[in-house]
Write a protein that binds this ligand. Structure first.
Ligand SMILES: [Zn+2]
Length: 327
């Protein structure tokens, strides 16, 4: 039996011990390289784009650069997701490595234990990392001429514990007995390619989105649910009836199912609660992890750090502390 990728040597290129042993300036250099890859870490002024900046550290030792052209002061994190950071940069790199190494998902509570931070700090940090992962899926279309994409949906949230006595129980399948919290994650996954998820009230509501995210000429595989019938007008379709088989006549949605397996394990094993306002973020996290599952953990860590360094602000968490939102 071939060795599982995660057990192989190429999968493991960065250990937490290596990150912890880094000096703060080594960690700073690591972030500089992912922020300014074109200049191999040499600072580029975020204001005027100038290449000529000199080191003018604060008396506290906090790293700062000053642009010779426009005299702007900036740091490696200015204008990024980690702007106004409170922790040392090495700790952010450690946080990313920990988040990456847990391949199904990393609970905020466990992250706060690992890092010695408050729960809210690690909760916000983990969500910022999910937002960074989502950057790669922005406007993504999958498939193309001669390619195959699989579509599937999975329901999350809205669970109501059945009443103890049978006579008090209601039929939750009826619309009038539902609380509206149940939502469906729909994923489109190109076979041997990338995926893109979105959240809807029902599978049927996802049609316009699916049509906009799958390139013309793609053969689309889906299960027997009537929600996907409308896609026949747009794509060559192959349907698989899961009552009969998981794969029949070349039709299957196994890669889409694998995606839901990861997301479901993240929900059950790590997060316990993914439904609600942030369901899309958890769905995008699983998508990113699935798309990059064959990349070494070191490459994943620096790729995610790079995404965070090129992401200007957080749509979900700007003013988070000010609004006193509950996590
Ligand atoms: Zn400048």
């Amino acid at each position: 039996m071939p060795q599982h990728f995660l057990l192989s040597r190429p999968a493991k290129t960065l250990t937490l011990a290596q990150v912890i042993r880094m000096t703060e300036s080594e960690a700073e250099m690591a972030f500089r390289r992912v922020r300014w890859p074109d200049t191999d870490g040499q600072p580029v002024c975020p204001k005027c784009g100038g290449f000529d900046a000199y080191d003018c550290r604060r008396p506290s030792g906090a790293p700062r650069f000053r642009c010779r052209a426009c005299h702007a002061d900036f740091s490696v994190t200015s204008g990024t997701l980690f702007a106004f950071h409170k922790m040392p940069l090495r700790q952010y790199l450690a946080a990313i490595a920990i988040f990456i190494n847990e391949v199904k998902g990393k609970a905020a509570l466990a992250l706060s234990r690992d890092l010695g931070t408050a729960y809210k700090t690690s909760f916000v940090l983990a969500h910022k990392l999910r937002e960074s992962m989502a950057e790669e899926m922005k406007g993504r279309t999958v498939g193309g001429e001669g390619k195959v994409a699989e579509v599937d949906g999975g329901y999350f949230g809205g669970y109501v514990k059945p009443a103890n006595h049978k006579e008090n129980r209601v039929d939750r399948r009826l619309a009038k007995n539902q609380n509206g919290k149940r939502k469906v994650v729909v994923v489109i996954r190109e076979r041997n390619g990338n995926s893109v998820p979105a959240v809807f009230r029902t599978e049927g509501a996802a049609q316009a989105w699916i049509k906009s995210r799958i390139a013309k000429g793609t053969t689309v595989h889906a299960d027997e649910a009537t929600s996907w019938d409308g896609l026949h007008s747009h794509f060559e379709m192959k349907r698989i009836n899961h009552q009969e088989a998981y794969s029949l006549d070349g039709a299957c949605t196994n890669e889409a199912e694998e995606y839901f397996s990861r997301l479901r394990r993240a929900e059950i094993g790590h997060y316990h609660h993914v439904a609600g306002d942030y369901l899309l973020r958890y769905a995008q996290e699983s998508s990113w992890r699935e798309d990059h599952r064959r990349m070494s953990n070191g490459d994943q860590t620096f790729r995610l750090a790079g995404l965070a360094m090129h992401k200007a602000t957080s749509p979900d968490f700007v003013g988070y502390w000010q609004r006193h939102l509950k996590p």
